[in-house]
Design a protein around this ligand. Structure first.
Ligand SMILES: [Zn+2]
Length: 958
């Protein structure tokens, strides 16, 4: 095997060697303007070289770029601050120490600057660290402005852009620690920053002069600290894999890997980064993960989103191939590209760059969730990723998909993997550092060699985005004013605005070939820098090839997800419609009339449940039939409130709702909206899917108790709760019940003086074992005693499989079926059910989750298949199924869901069980479905859709 002599004694790459490496030509004109004062005094850190060689488990697992480190008087290396070199076995760094290091480096070097950008959910400071030449850092603001000018070509001509490119520098943004179990890159980035600030090899000089490097040290710092705690508590003793049986139950407050699928930037850490991005416009964002053997560099394989600029699809493989060829030249095996993640969904965090005319980049580097050296055999299913217990969709799921596609063997040679890693070997944290840092330095070598091309492309993609409006079939979008519920429209528009998309409000009626729309309608014109992104988010997703697999969702169409009316406009005249710019919309609700009884119309706003909780001490009833007042219709489900008028008015107005103050209550049937004692059940292994529901409840101000197996096993559930909600989680009934396998020792998740980050969001002396049959019996008793059990998505296997709903069967789709999150039709069969209050259409778009195929045995006649003659009354909603009912994205084998139940209501004892086949609270996305869950909660003791149970009463007693 090709081997390189390591320049362990020198920190400079010698010129001859540099020429061999292909960087000699770049080094003719280093243009060094302001070498740091202390760099001249640099010597090589011999101890670093010795220890790194020792920690590197095979001589070909390192490159000449990282086998040395300068020692510079006055500038602290990571070891000077942390007490150890990066990559030392069994050493991981807590976030506060990581920040401490960057601050010390910044204080000592004019080449480093730390910029605070916000706070995490748990209050940790979020920062971006800049590294560049003295001159770059001194003039950072000027470089920021230049990139901002290139990002909006409407304000400059091509000639001016050329001048800006000549004086600008690209910012290359690196992100570590988005996934807390993927620990290596956040360690490596500290050494990288130090090296970039201090080394004076020709390569580093060139990078420092031509590129500004910016760094997110840890994208999810709350999760980082929890994972490091867990590692020191349990992982440090492991010899292979996770013998302890599980990762830490939580990373961030709400989610695990889904922080990389937070398409609407709900999580504060992701949102802070986006806000920073829109100020700084780095043309490249590079996210550093670890899951693959030994380093996978993303090249944007098919399926590709065709709305993104075609230039991007040339840039991506160009950089990836450069890295693969350079690292292969250094003799490092296992560097590959293609064959893993595709370019379909725009929801990954680093996509904020591609979506805004820059470039997403991504690595998966071999690593573990801790810092132990472990033995591995890469032929057997790839490397063990840094997945925590919460791995659901994403890396974990996709490894299975890869294996199914025959590409899971990463020791196999492929056209995109010319030098695979074969055999068995030990893998260390330092190996991970060596691969990650060599890769990143090679990416920076490319960028610093072609900085002007990177900038030109950024400008050209931005200009093309504006120009596409007059060339493409779609010129823009109109969201008509005057819909009965504008709150979901406001949510949609505000989310577009968060992403920097310009939205206007028509100052007069709009007449277009596509239709006539009233004054006040919202317009998204495509002739703006982020016009492409608007189209990507608003258009129907037409999947190019059903035989291609995708890494995440195949659909996300925002209008369908929000049940908001979004019109695609082909008429170019839309670009000239006068409108006022919209910032964030704050809808003011309206209260007409002067009476003392308030009727609040239920038009489907998710804010209805917030209103109920804001008025929690007042009597609120729901009407069971529609009534009219003047020209307004108040549909079934509308609230009737009497009491403190000022408070009601203030709440209605703040929440953007529609109300009338009547002189007396309407004479229609109604029931009290009692507030339930609501519990949300979570396994210890699937807290993320529960986390999204928690997030929605928190945002809409719905209080709940988060309970685990510990509480369920205690029994007496009905004395404490009225409703137990089991969100989509665990994948099967068996896993929901038995959860994490016990492997001989209890696994406590508890806070103590040593591990302050554990025990957040719940505590347990032992997270293994699940609720068990004891828990099943307790939940069954809860229902028989009069409780309401609600199961979402995969949790709906549980009541069917464990006999709580004896007439409901939950089965799985065939192996040919493939439906990564498409949007499909659902047909409401019992619109009178309170679950559908606020829905005015019989057929509504829903996201298809990966829940069970539900069927109901009725009169010995199994319902659920095609042409089933009899639909039991317990089925409240069903999927019509078939290709005609796939609205966006891919459902391969759509006939399998034909007429399958989507919501089933099963009375049981004095209580009932409501099973959702899908997930009405998926991430922060399907806002149009949220109300099915919210209505269920609010009307928990008034759901009586089964005829024999149906009674009409005006008000009821608990
Ligand atoms: Zn990851």
């Amino acid at each position: 095997m090709l081997r390189w002599e390591r320049c362990a004694r020198r920190f400079l790459v010698p010129a001859a060697f540099a020429a061999v490496l292909g960087i000699g030509a770049l080094a003719q004109e280093p243009q060094s303007k302001g070498v740091g004062k202390s760099t001249a005094e640099a010597t090589s850190d011999e101890e670093f070289s010795r220890l790194v060689r020792q920690w590197t488990t095979r001589p070909d697992f390192i490159s000449p770029l990282v086998d040395h480190l300068p020692k510079v008087a006055g500038v602290p290396s990571p070891k000077d601050v942390l007490g150890h070199y990066i990559g030392e076995p069994k050493k991981l760094t807590y976030y506060a120490d990581i920040l401490r290091y960057y601050r010390a480096l910044s204080a000592a070097s004019p080449r480093v600057k730390v910029l605070p950008i916000g706070k995490s959910n748990e209050g940790r400071e979020l920062v971006v660290v800049f590294v560049g030449s003295d001159e770059s850092i001194r003039n950072l603001e000027q470089y920021r402005v230049s990139l901002g000018q290139l990002a909006d070509p409407r304000k400059i001509a091509d000639a001016e852009a050329k001048e800006i490119v000549a004086k600008a520098k690209p910012i290359y943004h690196l992100m570590g620690g988005l996934h807390s179990g993927e620990v290596g890159p956040s360690e490596m980035l500290m050494e990288l920053a130090y090296r970039l600030a201090t080394e004076s090899s020709e390569l580093i000089n060139q990078i420092r002069e031509n590129v500004i490097v910016s760094i997110t040290p840890v994208a999810d710092p709350d999760g980082r600290d929890r994972n490091v705690d867990w590692y020191y508590k349990y992982g440090i003793n492991e010899t292979e894999g996770h013998p302890v049986g599980a990762g830490v139950p939580y990373w961030g407050k709400y989610v695990f890997h889904d922080d990389n699928r937070d398409i609407n930037y709900s999580q504060v850490e992701m949102r802070s980064l986006l806000d920073w991005y829109l100020q700084w416009h780095p043309p490249i964002m590079h996210d550093l993960h670890q899951a693959q053997t030994l380093l996978y560099t993303f090249s944007g394989q098919a399926p590709q989103n065709p709305t993104l600029d075609p230039i991007l699809y040339g840039e991506l493989p160009a950089m990836a191939n450069f890295e693969m060829s350079q690292m292969t030249k250094y003799g490092m095996p296992g560097v590959w590209t293609h064959g893993f993640v595709d370019m379909w969904s725009p929801g990954y965090l680093a996509f904020m760059s591609s979506n805004h005319n820059g470039m997403i980049r991504m690595y998966e580097i071999q690593g573990f969730s801790g810092a132990n050296t472990q033995h591995m055999r890469p032929g057997q299913g790839g490397g063990r990723g840094g997945r925590g217990a919460g791995a659901g969709a994403g890396e974990g799921a996709d490894l299975a998909a890869l294996a199914a596609a025959g590409r899971g063997n990463q020791s196999q040679r492929e056209w995109y993997r010319p030098l695979p890693a074969t055999g068995e070997f030990d893998w260390s944290l330092r190996n991970n550092t060596n691969y990650g840092e060599t890769g990143v330095l090679t990416a920076l070598q490319y960028t610093s060699t072609f900085p002007k091309i990177i900038l030109e492309n950024f400008y050209r993609k931005s200009r093309n985005s504006v120009d596409a409006a007059r060339k493409d079939a779609v010129a823009g979008y109109v969201i008509p004013a005057g819909l009965r519920d504008m709150t979901r429209v406001a949510t949609l528009i505000n989310l577009l605005r968060v992403q920097g998309i310009e939205v206007g409000r028509a100052t007069a009626e709009i007449k277009l070939k596509d239709g006539t729309f009233p004054a006040g309608s919202f317009i998204v014109k495509r002739d703006q820098p982020y016009g492409r992104l608007a189209k990507i988010l608003l258009e129907k997703q037409t999947y190019p090839d059903p035989n291609l697999r995708t890494y995440d969702d195949s659909a996300w169409t925002m209008g369908m997800m929000s049940h908001a009316d979004v019109k695609e406009i082909g008429d170019k005249a839309v670009l000239d419609v006068p409108c006022e710019p919209v910032d964030q919309i704050r809808l003011a609700g309206t209260v007409t009339g002067g009476g003392t009884v308030f009727a609040v119309a239920h038009y489907g706003s998710n804010n209805m449940i917030t209103l109920r909780y804001r008025l929690k001490d007042m009597r609120v009833q729901a009407v069971e039939e529609e009534f009219k007042n003047g020209d307004k219709t108040f549909p079934a489900g509308s609230f009737i409130v009497s009491g403190d008028g000022a408070r009601v008015r203030a709440a209605v107005e703040a929440l953007g709702l529609t109300a009338a103050a009547l002189s007396s209550a309407p004479s229609v049937a109604m029931h009290d909206l009692d507030l339930p004692r609501l519990a949300v059940y979570s396994t210890w292994s699937s807290t993320q899917d529960v986390g999204w529901v928690r997030y929605a409840f928190d945002k809409f101000e719905v209080p709940y108790a988060l309970i685990y197996k510990e509480r369920v096993r205690q029994g007496n559930l009905k004395t404490a709760f009225d409703v137990i909600l089991i969100p989509h989680q665990a994948g099967s009934g068996k896993r929901l019940v038995f959860d994490i396998e016990n492997r001989g020792q209890p696994l406590a998740y508890k806070k103590n003086d040593q591990f302050k980050n554990l025990g957040a969001y719940g505590e347990s002396d032992d997270i293994t074992g699940g609720m068990g049959l004891q828990g099943v019996a307790a939940i069954e008793k809860f229902v028989k005693d009069g409780g309401l059990l609600v199961t979402l998505g995969a949790a709906s296997y549980f009541p069917a499989d464990f006999g709580l709903t004896p007439h409901v069967d939950a089965t799985r789709v065939s192996t040919q079926f493939y439906a990564p999150g498409p949007i499909i039709d659902a047909e409401i069969l019992h619109p009178e059910s309170p679950i559908f209050y606020g829905y005015d259409k019989k057929t509504v778009p829903v996201r298809y989750g990966s829940g069970p195929l539900l069927s109901v045995q009725s009169g010995g006649d199994p319902f659920g298949g095609d042409n089933s003659p009899h639909v039991p009354d317990t089925v409240l909603m069903r999927y019509p199924g078939g290709d005609d009912h796939v609205l966006s994205g891919l459902m391969k084998g759509a006939a399998e869901v034909r007429n399958r139940a989507a919501i089933i209501d099963v009375p049981s004892g004095r209580g009932r069980i409501i099973l959702f086949a899908g997930n009405p609270c998926y991430r922060w996305q399907n806002f149009g479905e949220f109300n099915m869950l919210f209505n269920t909660v609010l009307n928990y003791n008034d759901i009586k859709t089964v005829p024999e149970a149906k009674t009409t009463t005006a008000g009821d007693a608990r």
